[in-house]
Ligand binder design. Structure first.
Ligand code: ATP
Length: 484
């Protein structure tokens, strides 16, 4: 049997098993792929919105490889779950290999055909428990992020739509199927392991808290992680499903989710620990840290633009973050930024000719939201562009986005009016840089110009995030690496 003839169910199960913990990478290595080819496969999977294992099997299968060869590679990896999945379809000569790893694994035909009642019950039970939890939750009716429900699964906003009911339904079904495929691959972790990892939720380990959760530092499996413990009981299934669904948006500039725990005292999500804290924390220098240099500011602005253009273009329908602000931009130890807190994210607008969706309820943080959204509920990727523009102005000036002691309170209005008056905007360079060797008026002007462009009143005058990203790429900043 050729790889491309793998039955759908088996292929799906293999993807679920091998996506877990990135085992597919080791398989790719054993298949003879070089490191850069493995990265290419991963990128291709992202572009095609499929599981990386699926992409690997497709790519490898195109070279007419057979299931038997796959079996041998998995045997060399001693990957029993994946082998178990293939045993029913490989030729019997391969069963000996399987038996070597798993002596009691294969039943003789005549004994497996007659199944007594107790065994049948046991088998059904074990099949049920092999269904991944997110899939079970979804089947039990936890709201899904579809076009008729906000991406966060909250009740529908009055979204104006010109799609017919039936095409809407089929679109919803497609999205549902896509989500089911993606969430099935995320590992579920035992609650007790996370409790132990965080030293029994010790306050010494607490990294921060928001409206819905407390976040703790933890040592889990020799990995330092951030464990988010969800508080709001009625929202927790929704939050969990939303976060799991978002895991399909894996990118260097998006905080990665490692796993989740469900069924213990609280629902938990486990993320990469971002030891640099939030951008908000760094800009306000709450820990008396040295001010960020311009090349560090550039790295942050560049990474956030890169992450946002990915969210806006990764699939046919943009994902709008909806709450871009310094508190939701997390930094690693090298000050590489990753976008976090997708609590308000939603997909839209659907359809090629639609530029925005109309919502009846506006969410988000006021100073970061444009007028068309606040007044008319007009939501589009341009909302994120506006928010990003405010962040750029903050990065350049360290001024607050809204300040009652300023004659013009909103930072966006204040800077625009000053620029229109002909004021050299470089005078607003972060004061802690002024007069130091790190001061750079030209880079400051460039940052402010991008901020002004992104926060234009008319949304069609704002650039898209890819344009912003390219602009930042071409910017001359001392200390900036030539290939960002
Ligand atoms: N991966 C992480 N690494 C380090 N710190 C983190 C991480 N995730 C969150 N934090 C810290 O925990 C705080 C709260 O997290 P978060 O904003 O995600 O919680 P929330 O309840 O969803 O917030 P909100 O009320 O804004 O929706 C953050 O401000 C940050 O300081």
């Amino acid at each position: 049997m050729y790889i491309y003839d793998l039955p759908y169910e088996i292929n799906r199960e293999l993807c679920r098993i091998l996506d877990n913990g990135d085992d597919w990478k080791e398989l790719a290595d054993r298949m003879g792929y070089k490191a850069f080819e493995i990265i290419e496969i991963e990128q291709m999977a992202r572009r095609n919105s499929v599981s990386p294992t699926n992409q690997l099997l497709t790519t490898w299968g195109q070279q007419n490889h057979r299931v038997g060869e796959l079996f041998i590679s998995l045997y060399r990896m001693e990957h029993i779950p994946a082998l178990t999945c293939l045993v029913p379809i490989v030729e019997s000569k391969f069963h000996a290999l399987y038996k070597k790893l798993c002596p009691n694994g294969i039943k003789e035909k005549n004994t497996s055909v007659i199944e007594d009642k107790a065994n049948k019950k046991k088998r059904i039970h074990s099949e049920e428990s092999s269904i991944p939890l997110p899939v079970k939750l979804i089947e039990q009716g936890v709201p899904l992020p579809t076009s008729s429900k906000g991406f966060n699964g909250t009740p529908t906003d009055d979204e104006s739509t010109d799609l017919s009911t039936s095409s809407q339904e089929s679109k919803d079904n497609d999205i549902r199927a896509e989500i089911m495929r993606n969430v099935a691959a995320i590992p579920m972790l035992p609650y007790d392991e996370l409790k132990e990892a965080t030293n029994n939720w010790s306050t010494n380990n607490m990294l921060g808290q928001g409206g819905f959760a407390q976040v703790f530092k933890g040592e889990w499996k020799q990995l330092t992680v951030a464990v988010k413990r969800l508080r709001a009981v009625d929202a927790r299934d929704r939050e969990l499903i939303r976060e799991l669904c978002l895991n399909q948006y894996r990118h260097d500039n998006i905080v990665p989710l490692y796993g989740y725990s469900y069924g213990g005292a609280e629902v938990c999500l486990v993320y990469q620990l971002m030891c640099g804290g939030t951008l908000d924390y760094r800009l306000r220098r709450k820990a008396n840290l040295a001010p960020l240099t311009w090349s560090q500011r550039h790295r942050i602005a560049h990474g956030v633009a890169r992450g946002l253009q990915f969210l806006h273009t990764m699939s046919g329908t943009p994902l709008i973050h909806g709450d871009i602000k310094p508190a939701n931009i997390l930094l690693d130890q090298c000050l590489i930024p990753k976008i976090g807190d997708f609590g308000l994210a939603r997909k839209g607008p659907y359809g090629d000719n639609r530029t925005h969706v109309k919502v009846s309820r506006v969410h988000g943080t006021r100073p970061y939201l444009p007028d068309e959204y606040i007044r008319s509920g007009c939501l589009s990727p341009a909302v994120d562009v506006f928010s990003y523009g405010v962040v750029m102005l903050e990065i350049a000036t360290c001024l607050k986005p809204i300040d009652n002691t300023r004659p013009i309170q909103r930072l966006t209005d204040f800077i625009r009016i000053e620029a229109d008056r002909g004021t050299d905007t470089a005078i607003y360079e972060d004061h802690s840089l002024l007069g130091t060797p790190n001061s750079n008026p030209q880079v400051c002007r460039d940052f402010i110009n991008i901020g002004i462009h992104c926060t234009k009143y008319a949304r069609h005058e704002r650039p898209n995030m890819l344009e912003v990203y390219k602009k930042l790429n071409s910017m001359v900043v001392p200390g900036k690496p030539s290939v960002p």
